[in-house]
Design a protein. Structure first.
Length: 261
């Protein structure tokens, strides 16, 4: 189901929400999350599959399917992790060029190994994605998958818009806050159990096991699919669409365009 961007999110509400998220999670983002991503690279994909009861692969496949590509496109994968999206995009359209940016050296090292195993080249940049080290109007397509809950959207989204070429598209996929509160209640409790159980199965570090509560809390204080559409509109994107997955928007697939000048 597709829908137009919501206009119910105002700048004041957006800034207030982002400041509140920072007050809750800034220490987790700066201290704990980097340690988690040192631990999980080798089992990141199978771990997500187990934690989602097998739905992870379906979500990534659905996301890649939404992305429109043409030969010679310059693609930026933000928070690229282990290059799961980049590898799939190159298999979908071998004529594109993919640049991966992520602040985790360990995740990108695993991502580079994965690209090499598939005979593919992905340029890798280790950098804080809140300040993208690229000139204005650099990329035809930008992707962000399964990471925005851990980011300051009032900083990263304007940067994405800046480096996107006029007429280019931004594609986003993440676990979002379900629109219906009853669905959210059951979902967040399931998430706490599944993340903790997965960390035990794969022998995660104590820090990773301790983050099981954070992952559900981050979604509780995040955006519904409709709210995120409104945020993208506030930032300056146009032609915004959102397709919601199962369970009342538990996963959302957004596409948004930078207006041609």
């Amino acid at each position: 189901m597709e829908e137009n961007a919501s206009s119910s999110v105002t700048w004041g509400k957006f800034e207030q929400r982002e400041e509140y998220r920072r007050s809750l999670f800034s220490n987790v983002w700066s201290q704990m999350v980097p340690k988690v991503f040192k631990d999980v690279p080798k089992y990141y994909r199978p771990g997500n599959i187990v934690a989602s009861l097998g739905l992870w692969e379906l979500w990534v496949w659905q996301f890649v399917r939404t992305i429109k590509l043409q030969p010679q496109y310059q693609v930026l994968d933000v928070c690229a992790g282990t290059n799961d999206v980049g590898v799939r995009l190159l298999k979908k359209e071998p004529g594109i060029s993919v640049t991966a940016i992520d602040r985790s050296q360990e995740m990108q090292e695993e991502g580079q190994r994965r690209a090499e195993r598939n005979g593919l080249h992905i340029a890798s940049i280790i950098h804080d994605v809140h300040e993208l080290p690229f000139p204005d109007n650099s990329f035809d397509v930008i992707t962000l998958q399964a990471a925005s809950r851990h980011l300051q959207l009032d900083k990263v989204l304007p940067e994405i818009l800046r480096v996107l070429k006029p007429g280019g598209f931004f594609y986003h996929c993440d676990m979002l806050k379900p629109t219906h509160p009853i669905v959210e209640w059951f979902y967040l409790r399931f998430l706490r159990i599944s993340v903790f159980t997965t960390s035990l199965i794969f022998g995660s570090t104590e820090v990773s096991r301790g983050c099981s509560g954070y992952f559900s809390d981050a979604i509780h204080h995040f955006y519904t699919p409709e709210e995120l559409s409104g945020v993208l509109k506030l930032i300056g994107f146009s032609n915004i669409t959102c397709k919601k997955s199962i369970w009342g928007g538990m996963v959302g697939f957004h596409a948004a365009q930078k207006t041609s000048t």
